[in-house]
Design a protein around this ligand. Structure first.
Ligand SMILES: Cc1ncc(COP(=O)(O)O)c(C=O)c1O
Length: 393
């Protein structure tokens, strides 16, 4: 393979890393039920990857560093053309330059979108389990309104009846959708997207489509953004390079607003200045890295298939569905016979494997989930599963 995703990288000790996931600072010790951070820990709780960025991105960033002046920046046309090219070639989505606004990370963008397009005291409906939006919504004094997905033996589907009921409540004016969905890995079908949009539009509920995982498509699937299916009315689409190109530390987000009335509420160009490193990285990523992303998806397919098969064979009491998008396994440990604390004692405390506690993502009450971001060398994923299997015996 042209790119080496098998390399095992020491993201704690290697100079220049500053990784939060692998940090050995004392604050990380409680995660492992220990006074000290275990030397042999394996970390899968953060949605970033342990692969080096595509060479073209590293070179582009090195050129900016070599320049040696990092003053206030201006985002050039080349940047917007790169975004337009990516969306057109990879998603058949036609975007105009004036419809793109660059922002500093998806969280900041979502907070600003909610703030601009709704009023304090209003509700934002979020299908749960869900990525962590509660804090974003609460930060601007809006209510987080959960709309639990239906869980059919690990496969999650939309509860349209409940969603419609919540959309009809006049204080609920926005919803946040993800395509693909974090953490369940679902890719909403065109039929589901049509139903969701139809309910939202009938009830004047604005849709934020958080598509930061859109480049992660598992084999035999297709990621179709909401706008492609139902057009731009009432939709604000949030895209990003953090996940796809392992650039989360540069916080590069592009918000696409094709609904003219909604667009008028935001300044043209962007939500704020982005760094020269982000500009260079985005241009390189969206013009030179198609092959790298395709190779990455192939590697992830292979590793995820391997991981899911092992869970099915060796720990059948753990329910897990092969994701349709993302690189996330949403593992249901409810039937293992352990409390959540006991599970942590074993997986984090004994096996030194850190997964994220699903409780923060608000699954159904009484269920025990862990999120496993399968974003390391396959050998590391294999070692983690060996240890999980062992410690649950
Ligand atoms: C669905 C989703 N949205 C937003 C974010 C956060 O993005 P950012 O780091 O750009 O704020 C994440 C990170 O995991 C995510 O999974």
């Amino acid at each position: 393979m042209k790119f080496n995703f098998d390399e095992v990288i020491d993201r704690d000790r290697e100079e220049g890393s500053y990784s939060s996931k692998w940090a050995s600072t004392p604050q990380m010790a409680p995660m492992f039920k220990s006074e000290e951070v275990p030397e042999d820990r394996l970390c899968f709780f953060v949605a970033d990857m342990d692969y080096r960025c595509a060479p073209a991105i590293v070179e582009a960033i090195q050129k900016v560093a070599a320049h040696g002046i990092f003053g206030y920046s201006v985002t050039p046309d080349e940047y917007f053309q790169a975004v337009i090219r990516w969306m057109k070639d990879r998603f058949a989505l036609d975007v105009k330059r004036e419809e793109i606004r660059c922002a500093h990370g998806a969280h900041e963008a979502i907070v600003e979108i909610v703030d601009k397009l709704s009023k304090p005291g209003e509700g934002v409906i979020v299908p749960t389990p869900s990525y962590y939006y509660r804090g974003d919504v609460n930060q601007v004094n809006r209510y987080f309104v959960p709309c639990p997905l239906k869980n059919d033996n690990g496969y999650h589907t939309f509860d349209f009846e409940l969603f419609e009921k919540l959309c009809k409540e006049p204080q609920n004016t926005m919803t946040i959708m993800m395509q693909p969905h974090n953490p369940t890995g679902r890719l909403w079908t065109e039929d589901e997207i049509r139903k969701i949009a139809d309910i939202c539009r009938k009830n004047n509920v604005i849709m934020i489509c958080d598509d930061v995982h859109m480049d992660f498509c598992r084999k035999d699937n297709k990621v179709v953004p909401f706008i492609n299916v139902v057009g731009p009315e009432g939709i604000v689409m949030v895209t990003g390079l953090g996940k796809t190109f392992n650039l989360a530390g540069l916080a590069i987000t592009n918000v696409i607003i094709q609904d003219e009335e909604l667009g008028k509420k935001f300044r043209p160009g962007g939500f704020g200045m982005i760094s020269p490193f982000s500009i260079a990285a985005c241009i390189a990523a969206y013009t030179q890295c198609d092959e790298w992303v395709d190779a990455l998806n192939e590697y992830l397919d292979d590793t995820i298939d391997y991981a899911v098969d092992r869970f099915h064979k060796e720990l059948p009491q753990v329910k897990v569905w092969r994701p349709e998008g993302t690189y996330i396994l949403w593992l249901d440990f409810t039937d293992c016979g352990f409390t959540s604390e006991e599970l942590d004692e074993r997986i984090a405390g004994k096996a030194h494997v850190s997964l994220s506690d699903g409780a923060g993502m608000e699954p159904a009450e009484g269920t025990i989930f862990r999120r496993f971001c399968v974003t390391s060398a396959k050998s590391r994923v294999a070692e983690a599963i060996d240890r999980i299997v062992d410690c649950l015996k």
